[in-house]
Design a protein. Structure first.
Length: 152
């Protein structure tokens, strides 16, 4: 069965619920888990509500994103430790999360990607552009789409 699961996270409640389910699944399979976060690149121009360029330096932006990555991956690490699941964390900078997820899965040797999905339908799903849909479409690694209850 599956021995190495990659679970991408963006820190959202849906993503955290998917991480919880992926850790439970990894524990049941005796698999290891790699959590992944795609940090956005520093934007060329940051505009605030007033239209002025926000005073955020690349260094401050990087520090902020590093703190987010540590928090998001730390959540997965804690759950893995509690469940005795071998854990690794990966971070990459990308403005195309689906591509970064697939690159991370190939790079770490994952044989399954577990990720959350909002389950949007119709025109809304086309306009929003689901990262899960892109991973399913372009990936060659099996993908388990989790639609966890946020009340867990």
């Amino acid at each position: 069965m599956f021995k190495h699961i990659l679970v991408p996270t963006d820190g959202s409640p849906l993503s955290e619920a998917a991480v919880r389910q992926a850790v439970e699944f990894a524990a049941a399979l005796g698999a290891r888990l790699t959590a992944f976060y795609a940090k956005p690149p520093y934007p060329d121009a940051r505009f605030g509500e007033s239209g002025f360029i926000a005073p955020v330096t690349p260094e401050k932006f990087q520090q902020f994103e590093d703190r987010l990555a540590e928090r998001y991956l730390g959540y997965a690490r804690e759950l893995c430790e509690q469940s005795c699941v071998p854990y690794a964390g990966l971070v990459a900078v990308s403005d195309m999360p689906a591509e970064a997820i697939l690159d991370a899965a190939r790079g770490c040797g994952a044989d399954l990607i577990c990720m959350g999905s909002h389950g949007r339908k119709g025109l809304r799903s086309l306009l929003v552009g689901s990262e899960a849909r892109k991973v399913l479409t372009y990936g060659r690694i099996p993908v388990l789409i989790l639609r966890p209850s946020l009340e867990e």
